[in-house]
Design a protein around this ligand. Structure first.
Ligand SMILES: O=C(O)c1ccccc1N[C@@H]1O[C@H](COP(=O)(O)O)[C@@H](O)[C@H]1O
Length: 204
């Protein structure tokens, strides 16, 4: 069964509704340039089986540490140009590491080897103007070049029309899906009904 990560949550009541659907990961973006940037405290009780992921773009170790503590994060998604050594430093803070990469035709998959010892998952996103949340789908066939041993989540512009595409996509390290902007209504609210339909169809 694929893992499901729902990213870019901000609003307490929206988060509480999402928890009812039992995704595997819920992501919180800590990036000032993003409309999904979390500024307020999240006041929702999380069941222990749902992992809280903080998403960071080239932030300092101190900043990430402070968010791990105040939001009780289980995982850090590093969505910038963070080095393998930086991933190791953040992993040593006691969280799982999801290292994101923006995939394009010239992407050098060989660079991923050095990240292997410090990452729990890779996340493959599209390449766009912004670090993430571009709502763009990349050519998943490029992942045929990925031959390392870290499981990955597929990301980038995934919407509810793509269930069949996801079901036929095959890769030995493909373990999950990350959804974000394509499930939003206004003001970065997630449409919980659409997420439920997507999840039910994906896992049927
Ligand atoms: O969503 C954002 O604003 C964002 C900002 C900075 C880094 C990552 C961000 N989101 C991540 O982007 C991918 C793809 O999102 P989308 O489906 O294309 O909207 C997803 O992994 C989010 O975690």
């Amino acid at each position: 069964m694929l893992l499901l990560k729902v990213c870019g949550m901000k609003d307490n009541s929206n988060i509480a509704e999402l928890i009812q659907l039992q995704p595997d990961f819920i992501g919180f973006i800590f990036h000032e340039k993003s409309p999904r940037n979390v500024v307020d405290h999240i006041e929702v009780n999380f069941p222990s089986n749902i992992k809280k992921v903080g998403v960071f773009v080239n932030e300092s170790e101190e900043f990430i540490h402070s968010k791990i503590i105040s939001f009780k994060l289980n995982s850090a998604q590093l969505h910038g140009n963070e080095s393998p050594e930086f991933c190791q430093k953040i992993k040593d803070l006691g969280v799982d590491i999801i290292k994101a990469f923006n995939i394009h035709p010239e992407f050098d998959f060989k660079q991923l080897k050095a990240y292997e010892p410090y990452c729990d998952y890779f996340l493959f996103d599209a390449f766009g103007k912004k670090a993430g949340g571009n709502g763009i789908v990349f050519n998943w066939e490029l992942l045929n070049q990925y031959s390392e041993n870290i499981p990955f989540l597929l990301s980038g512009g995934i919407d509810e029309t793509m269930v069949d595409q996801i079901k036929i996509f095959k890769h030995s390290q493909f373990v999950g899906i990350d959804i974000n902007s394509k499930f939003e209504t206004a003001n970065c609210y997630k449409n919980i009904t659409n997420i439920k339909l997507f999840k039910d169809e994906l896992f049927s």
